[in-house]
Design a protein around this ligand. Structure first.
Ligand SMILES: C[S@@+](CC[C@H](N)C(=O)[O-])C[C@H]1O[C@@H](n2cnc3c(N)ncnc32)[C@H](O)[C@@H]1O
Length: 302
C-alpha cells in the first residue's frame, strides 16, 4: 500500500490527532504524540500486561496489531521476556520508528515489524499466544470482519487483548476560572460527532454496537474479562507529564476548531498561552487522568 497520509482517527478517548481536514489525520505528524502518550502511560500498559500474564499462559509470540511507533510493542517485549513480538501496522513510517525504538532498547532480536492492514492483511502471520489491539480496531471500517481475522491468528489457548473505550482524558477541572464552565464536555461532544463522521468514511464502514465482549465472542473466541486501567497523575505534574497535557489540549483544540464557539476557542487559547499565568504551562492545578478499558477473549486449547 502506498504511504497513506490521511488515515482516519477518532477523537473520542485519546485525542489522537487530526490535521488538515475535519476527519482525517496524518500518522507521520502524529508519531511524536503517540510516542509521548505511550511513554507517559507506560505504567498503565505494564499493569495491563501483568494483569494478562496473571491469568494466561506466557506467550512465546505476541502480535501487536496497529502498533503505531511500537512503544507498547517494546513494553510488551519487556513484560514478556520469553516472547518474540511482531509490531504490525500499515504505516511504514511508524514501523520504522518502532524498529528504531527496539534498537535503542536493545530489543531487536525480539521485536520485529510487519507491514499489514486489517482486516485482510494478517494471513501470513503465524498465530500468537497474545494478540494485542491497542486503539487500532476503531480505525477499521468492518470491525467484526477484522476481529474474525484476528481470531484466526490466536494460537490454541492464546488470548486477545482489545483496548477500546474507557473515558475521555481530563486535565483540568470543570471550571478553569474563566470562560464558560464545562468546556471539556463540549469538546467531548464535538469529538464524538467527529468520530462518527470519521468512522462513516472508512472503507467498508459498518456500524456496530460497541459491545466489545460480544463482538469478540462473535468470532468464536471465549470472552474473558473486561477491566479499566487508570492513569492517575494528580497535580502538580512533572514537566514531562505537563508537556504531554499541553500537547493533548493543543491537539484537541485543532480537532474542534470548526465546531466550538468563539468563547470556548478563546478559553483554549488562553490555556495554551505559554506566558499566561493561568495557562497550562504554569498553572498548578493541571492533572492527568485517563481510563482505558481492556477486553480479553481466549482461544480454545489445542
Ligand atoms: C491510535 S494509533 C494506536 C497505536 C498504538 N497501538 C498505541 O496504542 O499507541 C492507531 C494505529 O492503528 C493503525 N491502523 C490504522 N488502520 C489500520 C488497519 N486497517 N489495520 C491495522 N492497523 C491500522 C494506525 O496506523 C495506527 O498506528
Amino acid at each position: 500500500m502506498a504511504h497513506a497520509p490521511h488515515r482516519h482517527d477518532p477523537a473520542n478517548q485519546h485525542q489522537d490527532g487530526g490535521h488538515h481536514h475535519a476527519h482525517t489525520m496524518d500518522w507521520t505528524q502524529l508519531a511524536p504524540h503517540l510516542e509521548r502518550e505511550g511513554e507517559t502511560a507506560a505504567p498503565q500498559y505494564r499493569e495491563i500486561a501483568r494483569w494478562i500474564a496473571a491469568s494466561h499462559p506466557a506467550p512465546d509470540r505476541i502480535l501487536d496489531v496497529g502498533s503505531g511507533p511500537g512503544v507498547v510493542s517494546c513494553l510488551l517485549a519487556e513484560e514478556f521476556p520469553e516472547a518474540v513480538v511482531s509490531a504490525v501496522d500499515p504505516e511504514e513510517f511508524l514501523l520504522a520508528r518502532a524498529r528504531q525504538r527496539a534498537e535503542r532498547a536493545g530489543l531487536t532480536e525480539r521485536v520485529h515489524t510487519h507491514r499489514a492492514e486489517l482486516p485482510d492483511g494478517l494471513g501470513t502471520l503465524e498465530p500468537a499466544g497474545l494478540v494485542w489491539l491497542g486503539r487500532s480496531l476503531h480505525h477499521v471500517g468492518d470491525q467484526r470482519a477484522a476481529l474474525a481475522a484476528i481470531a484466526q491468528r490466536v494460537a490454541p489457548g492464546g488470548v486477545v487483548a482489545l483496548l477500546e473505550g474507557g473515558l475521555p482524558t481530563r486535565v483540568l477541572p470543570r471550571d478553569v476560572g474563566f470562560g464558560r464552565p464545562g468546556l471539556w464536555s463540549r469538546i467531548d461532544a464535538a469529538e464524538q460527532d467527529r468520530f462518527s463522521a470519521m468512522r462513516a468514511e472508512l472503507p467498508g464502514s459498518t456500524r456496530e454496537t460497541e459491545d466489545w465482549a460480544a463482538l469478540l465472542a462473535s468470532t468464536g473466541l471465549k470472552p474473558g474479562a473486561s477491566r479499566t486501567f487508570l492513569l492517575d497523575r494528580p497535580a502538580p505534574l512533572s514537566d514531562g507529564d505537563r508537556e504531554f497535557v499541553i500537547d493533548t489540549v493543543r491537539r484537541r483544540r485543532e480537532m474542534v476548531t470548526d465546531v466550538l464557539d468563539a468563547d470556548d476557542l478563546a478559553t483554549l487559547d488562553r490555556l495554551l498561552d505559554p506566558d499566561a499565568p493561568e495557562g497550562l504551562a504554569r498553572r498548578p492545578d493541571a492533572f492527568l487522568l485517563s481510563a482505558q478499558t481492556v477486553h480479553t477473549a481466549v482461544a480454545a486449547p489445542a
